[in-house]
Ligand binder design. Sequence first.
Ligand code: KG4
Ligand code: ZN
Length: 400
Amino acid sequence: MQPFLFSKFIYNNNMKILSIETSCDETAISLLETSGNKKNPIFKILASDLNSQIDIHRKYGGVFPALAKREHIKNLPILLEVVLKKSKIKESKIDLIAVTSGPGLEPALWTGIVFAKELSKRWKIPVIPVNHMEGHIFSVFAKEKGKFQIIKTKFPILSLLVSGGHTELVLIEKLGKYKIIGETLDDASGEAFDKVARMLELPYPGGPEISKLAEKERKSNFKEAPQSDGSRTEQIFQQKNCDSLKIDFLSFKKISLPRPMLHSKNYNFSFSGLKTAVLYLIRDLKENNPNILNDINIKQKIACEFENAVVETLVYKTKKAIEEYKIKTLIVAGGVSANKYLKQELKKLTKNKQELLFPKGKLATDNSIMIGIVGYLKHLEQPNKKINISKIKANGNLRL
Ligand code: KG4
Ligand code: ZN
């Protein structure tokens, strides 16, 4: 593994960084140790813990900000204690705090910021605010345990950021310089997954649920099967994919959902029309059979066609941007980057042409390791910068 060249960074060895993430429904704290040299920063995870509020928000079908805030306030001191205990590091050995300051839910962000400020005063150490989306970009270099470094990566880089709150194509021509060349005009891709899952009566978060059903559908390999009354033959065809489906065997209704903005001349996305199309589809199906969603096969087919529509749109725009900007590396990050079908299609797209980087394991979704990485890199960039902690504020709409 080749080290990345951080030529403008000043080497600062052996720091211990406490990183805090509370932008949405995960409370997360990590303690990272940095080493190596300025061209090759190395990170070691001394301890990391995360408390997911998914079960609490599930009954609301999405994240409920006031509840998220309450849970973060409750979880933060507990996680800190766990991390300090696991790492066996004394508070007095910690050099720096990195905290997510946006984008995200402001009441949730504030809890992490207030907690960081209190620790900063108590321990007399600085706080660095971190952009959550920058964290997602750097999450592709991280590991869940042990040591890792930032690998050498060729510019220009394109980053497809797909999460519950964002869908963006970001051009990175040099380190730390981000240009958003396209973004969603309405719902984020993860949000669309969550909302469609709710329509299909699937639990929150919807992305993994829809993905599981869609995968089953793609793998389903039915041949002609007799109807229960033996009078006719159900036409279920050999099917790896699901974009041409006959789901209602009496009316031969075909499921087909739109691919929004596919032919627009820019790199923007829109997922709210697609979501509405699913709403109308389910409404029409329910007119014939109010219990249609009890049929898992129908759910599978809708999930599959929906996932196809989202992935096709994301891949198409990414392909166009790769060509126009002569991209050498594609970084895909954010919760939706855990989607297997998206991964598969982007692998096909970049094969032998661009390097493709994804976060490993659970690092696709929100975590504090990615916040610690960016905090340290920002510190190295301006090691003597004095940050007035009273000026650190939550910004729900913070941009790259
Ligand atoms: O990055 P993230 O953890 O939180 C935000 O910053 O928003 O992303 C969460 C989003 C949710 O909308 C969730 O449904 C989606 O990521 N997600 C997925 C998958 N896993 C998580 N979407 C599609 N397929 C998945 N496998
Ligand atoms: Zn996120």
